[in-house]
Write a protein that binds this ligand. Structure first.
Ligand code: ARG
Length: 576
């Protein structure tokens, strides 16, 4: 339980005793303060209502505070704040209990079934930095929600259907399925796509064949479907290579691409039309919803069947909602998708609610992903202006991390440095995506990301590695340091108070879907550890008891850092 969770009930029951039962359940509004561990503002908030000067009221509350063993000091300050200072022994007990708890204070929440739509790259296209960010954020949320006890169902809604497939299939046939050009799909998919596109634009015959191919594909021709499957498989190899490098938890079992919904689309349109929710407009089947207007107040429709009979992005997304509620039994559905798609999603959800596919009890959330920008503050591209190849970007991150570690730790064996460079480089990129509020844009700056100082992944990894090295020097495993923690020094106290909050922060990430809160928290833990380590000798502590206590505090710090980074999908190197 958090400090707030421990102290709030103490103060509210003091208020109730001081003022009578009609004041039961008043929120005492606790805040951390410069002068104490927590400050209660209740007296100021209640003074008017009760008709008492705030300082007198504060005194009454303090009189009724039953906090023996929890609080060391209670003081009234300023106009009527109640400053609460925790008892060191109490902190020691709490933090010792945490160290003995294999969940480190993380609660198990009422389990929900939660489909999470994330990553969703497109077949025969490069994954761009936007896909990187939804992948990284979605994966952190999946891990965190699972850890909180939820049943997470990963849904990788890859773009594997649509008109470009006619052109892609024709190109695959032309270059040969076993050719080096076809293999490009596994290494540089954009090169394959661009080549197909160039053929389509310059060769009339090829273009005609491509259009006909779309029709045979939609008609379910077995040979065409086989070629399509081949395209999807080669692309999936590419995605999996990226996922492997990133260390994300997505597998082939999580693939639920646009094509999975092909058989549902007709029924969806028919149902919406017969319910009167969709109407024909200019040959297209559209849903006009209240509150969606564009320029000059003209209504913006959600087009669910185009005038040529084709279905679009809106129709497949209606199918995702229906499937996730009806077949996957969702209690809460997350769409971890680019912020610009908010309008699309809202129209889809409103339509689904009207159709009865999305009951009020099921919550849908758009976890908006902000853009990743280059130094010029435009969407990140290569110097030549081409879209960035994600694999190349990750390789560069690892190479940069290698330079950093070569410089910082030339004493480490070559093999060790080679092994940890990917952990640092990839961790740095992931942390950069996660530490900013997911809907905010940020500038991609590799040298800042891999820096060993500041709010970076490597700084946190370094803190964890530093604790590990203490245990190596001690010739002891962290699991061997599990005794009672006694808090005396201010830096010990500060670190302990931070560690107590871990469970609450993880729970908050599950509720708010904001991994950057966990990043900010772990950064504070790492800073508190650093201050502790500077002022409190561990292995050279004055007496065996305080050495054991400090080692136990170190072990708990390590657990919190490693578990927290793990929930973010970031590895913790053994040494750094
Ligand atoms: N493939 C899409 C893109 O690259 C993202 C799909 C997101 N998921 C969804 N259910 N619409 O932009």
């Amino acid at each position: 339980m958090s400090l707030q969770g421990h102290l709030s009930p103490l103060v509210s029951s003091a208020i109730e005793r001081a003022l009578g039962p009609e004041h039961a359940g008043v929120d005492p509004v606790l805040r951390p303060s410069q002068f104490a561990d927590m400050q209660a503002n209740a007296a100021l908030a209640l003074a008017k209502r009760v008709g008492m000067p705030p300082r007198d009221l504060a005194a009454r509350i303090v009189e009724h505070l039953e906090a023996d063993g929890v609080l060391a000091r209670v003081e009234i300050s300023g106009p009527g704040f109640v400053n609460l200072t925790l008892d060191d022994d109490w902190i020691g007990d709490r933090v010792s209990a945490l160290a003995a708890d294999d969940r480190l204070g993380v609660p198990r929440q009422e389990p929900q079934r939660i489909p999470i739509d994330y990553s969703a790259p497109n077949v025969a296209k490069e994954m761009h930095v936007g896909h990187l960010r939804t992948t990284v954020v979605g994966d952190a949320l999946a891990r965190t929600l699972e850890h909180l006890g939820h049943h997470v169902i990963r849904q990788n809604h890859i773009g594997d259907w649509g008109t470009p497939f006619g052109m892609l299939i024709e190109h695959l046939l032309e270059v040969g399925e076993d050719s080096a050009e076809a293999r490009l799909l596994e290494s540089d998919p954009n090169a394959f796509y661009q080549a197909a596109r160039a053929r389509f634009e310059t060769d009339e015959d090829f273009a005609t064949r491509s259009r006909a191919r779309v029709v045979t594909l939609q008609g379910g021709d077995p040979e065409t479907l086989r070629l399509w499957t081949e395209l999807v498989e080669l692309s999936t190899h590419y995605f999996n290579r990226i996922y492997g490098t990133l260390g994300v938890t997505l597998t082939d079992a999580d693939l639920a691409g646009e094509s999975t919904y092909n058989d549902d689309l007709q029924a969806i349109c028919e149902e919406l039309e017969s319910a009167g929710i969709a109407t024909m407009s200019d040959g297209a089947l559209c849903v006009f919803l209240e509150g969606y207007t564009g320029r000059e107040g003209r209504p913006v429709p959600l087009i669910i069947r185009k005038s040529d009979g084709g279905y679009g992005y809106g129709t497949t997304d209606l199918a995702t909602v229906r499937h996730r509620v009806r077949d996957l039994g969702a209690d809460r559905i997350l769409y971890v998708i680019g912020a610009p798609q908010a309008l699309h999603l809202n129209m889809v959800w409103d339509t689904a609610r009207l159709a009865g596919w999305l009951p009020e009890a099921v919550e849908v959330v758009h976890v908006q992903i902000g853009n990743v920008l280059g130094e010029d503050r435009k969407i990140l591209r290569t110097r030549s202006g081409a879209p960035l190849r994600l694999m190349a970007l990750l390789d560069e991150a690892v190479a940069t991390a290698r330079t950093v570690i070569d410089e910082a730790r030339p004493d480490l064996p070559e093999q060790t440095r080679a092994a940890i460079a990917p952990q640092i480089g990839v961790g740095a990129v992931k942390y950069a995506d996660l530490s900013v509020a997911h809907e905010s844009e940020y500038v991609f700056d590799l040298s800042r990301m891999v820096s060993l100082t500041g709010n970076t992944g490597p700084y946190l990894q370094y803190a964890a590695a530093r604790v590990r090295s203490i245990f190596r020097t001690a010739g002891l495993g962290p699991e061997g340091a599990r005794g009672q923690i006694v808090v005396t020094e201010p830096a010990e106290r500060e670190l302990a108070l931070q560690l107590i909050e871990f469970g609450e922060v993880v729970a908050q990430v599950g509720d708010t879907l904001e991994p950057h809160r966990l990043c900010g928290y772990l950064f504070q833990v790492a800073q508190a550890f650093s201050a502790f380590y500077e002022t409190c000798p561990v292995l050279k502590a004055d007496d065996p008891a305080s050495r054991a206590s400090r080692l136990a505090l170190c072990a708990l710090t390590l657990d919190v850092l490693v578990t927290g980074l793990g929930l973010l999908g970031i590895e913790s190197p053994e040494a750094m």
